[in-house]
Design a protein around this ligand. Structure first.
Ligand SMILES: [Zn+2]
Length: 190
C-alpha cells in the first residue's frame, strides 16, 4: 500500500480491527519513509451473478435504483432507501459467500421493504415474484393482513417504530385495514 502523503511504496500495519458487523477490517498504517499514519478499510469483494450469467460487483446504488421505482408516490425518503440497501448488503454478506445470485438480492430486499412500506413491497413483489393474477395479489395481501392480526394479538398497542397508524383504544375486534389510507398529510418542503 502506497503512502498517500509521500507515495512511498510500502507501509507498515500498526493496528487492525474488525468492524462491529464483521464485514470489514480497519487497518492503521504507518509510512516508514515520512512517518505519517493513515487508515485503510478492507472489505471482501461481493460478486453478483445475473440471470444472464454475467457478473458484476455488488452495488448498494443498484439496490436503491431497483427499489425506488416501487416506492414512487410513497412516503419513503432517500435515507430510508439508503438504510434498506445497507440492510440488504449486510444480509447477503452474512451468508459469507463471495458470490451470490441476483435472485438472492431480490429475496433479501423483500423483508426490509415490507417493514418500510407495504404498498411498495406489494409493487416490488409483484414484479420480482412475477405475480400473474389477481389471486397472487390477494394471497400476498392476505399474508400481510394475517401478520397485522398476529402483531395486534401479540402486542396490542406495542407497535414498532415507524408505523403511522394510531392505536385504537379499547382493543377488541377492530376492523382490519391495511393502513394505507392513514398517511399523515405531508406539508410541502419549506
Ligand atoms: Zn510517507
Amino acid at each position: 500500500m502506497h503512502c498517500p502523503y509521500c507515495r512511498h511504496a510500502d507501509s507498515r500495519v500498526i493496528d487492525s480491527r474488525t468492524a462491529e458487523d464483521g464485514a470489514s477490517i480497519r487497518r492503521r498504517r504507518q509510512c516508514p519513509s515520512c512517518g505519517r499514519r493513515f487508515t485503510t478499510l478492507e472489505t471482501s469483494s461481493l460478486t453478483v451473478v445475473k440471470r444472464s450469467g454475467a457478473s458484476e460487483p455488488f452495488s448498494r446504488d443498484k439496490v436503491v435504483a431497483g427499489v425506488r421505482k416501487a416506492c414512487q408516490g410513497r412516503p419513503v425518503s432517500d435515507d430510508d432507501l439508503a438504510l434498506l440497501a445497507q440492510q440488504v448488503e449486510e444480509a447477503v454478506r452474512a451468508s459469507g459467500a463471495a458470490q451470490i445470485d441476483a435472485h438472492e438480492i431480490g429475496l433479501a430486499i423483500l423483508g426490509p421493504l415490507r417493514q418500510l412500506d407495504e404498498v411498495a413491497y406489494l409493487r416490488f413483489a409483484s414484479v420480482y415474484s412475477s405475480f400473474s393474477s389477481l389471486e397472487d395479489f390477494e394471497e400476498a395481501i392476505a399474508a400481510l393482513r394475517a401478520e397485522h392480526a398476529a402483531a395486534r394479538a401479540a402486542g396490542d398497542g406495542a407497535a414498532g417504530a415507524g408505523t403511522a397508524s394510531p392505536t385504537a383504544p379499547g382493543g377488541g375486534a377492530g376492523s382490519a385495514s391495511l393502513g394505507a389510507a392513514e398517511e399523515p398529510e405531508q406539508a410541502p418542503a419549506h
